[in-house]
Design a protein around this ligand. Structure first.
Ligand code: ATP
Ligand code: SKM
Ligand code: MG
Length: 178
């Protein structure tokens, strides 16, 4: 299959962006890239090291640069974004202008139960702070979303199928021309 434009997955940490994007891409025979992984390879540092050395501002600047780079690739990609990509207005404009945005919705409670390695996520250390952060971001995720999918109690393959149907319906995902 092929994409008409890049597809971005957004949502809070633990929503399943990386897992669902990977699953969707594999089933449809298209390429996917995870922003956090790409960024870590490009910088030669882990996300938590970038936060520790330069703070959140340094990380956000690199994140915007990576978003620009990935959204303008010639072959459209499925891109799982970092959880905080919607914080900068500049990023929200890139998302809205260059692709189709899927918001995976999750409660903090469910996200916390999914994430075993919280040490790699500097902004998911404390559950009360995470809940506040999640509430603050909710309108930003919804504001950029072309489609929103509630992930509560659903498996990764099931969510990927729902996304696939939505992309086909919107004409974003179609059969490759021979
Ligand atoms: N629908 C789901 N049901 C159960 N477990 C899930 C589901 N989606 C993801 N997970 C698990 O939750 C953990 C976090 O998932 P994932 O890394 O895909 O989330 P993410 O949205 O990319 O988070 P981050 O913003 O921190 O990168 C993984 O261990 C994954 O296997
Ligand atoms: O929600 C966030 O702000 C973040 C989510 C992760 O994907 C990473 O991009 C980083 O840990 C920041
Ligand atoms: Mg991820």
């Amino acid at each position: 299959m092929q994409l008409a434009c890049p597809v971005f997955f957004v949502g809070f940490m633990g929503a399943g962006k990386t897992s669902v994007a990977r699953r969707l891409a594999r089933t449809c025979g298209i390429s996917s890239v995870d922003m956090d992984t790409y960024l870590e390879r490009r910088e030669g540092k882990r996300v938590k090291e970038i936060f520790a050395e330069g703070g959140e501002d340094a990380f956000r600047a690199i994140e915007t640069d990576v978003l620009r780079e990935l959204s303008s690739k010639e072959e459209p990609l499925v891109i799982s974004c970092g959880g905080g990509v919607v914080l900068r207005e500049e990023n929200r404009e890139i998302l809205a202008e260059s692709g189709f945005v899927v918001h995976l919705q999750v409660t903090v409670h469910e996200a916390a139960s999914r994430i075993s390695d919280k040490s790699s996520r500097p902004l998911f250390q404390d559950i009360d702070a995470a809940r506040k952060r999640c509430l603050e971001r909710a309108p930003l995720y919804s504001g950029v979303a072309d489609v929103e999918i509630d992930t509560a109690g659903k498996s990764v393959p099931r969510i990927a199928r729902e996304v696939q149907r939505a992309l086909e319906k919107e004409g974003v995902l179609c059969q490759r021309r021979k």
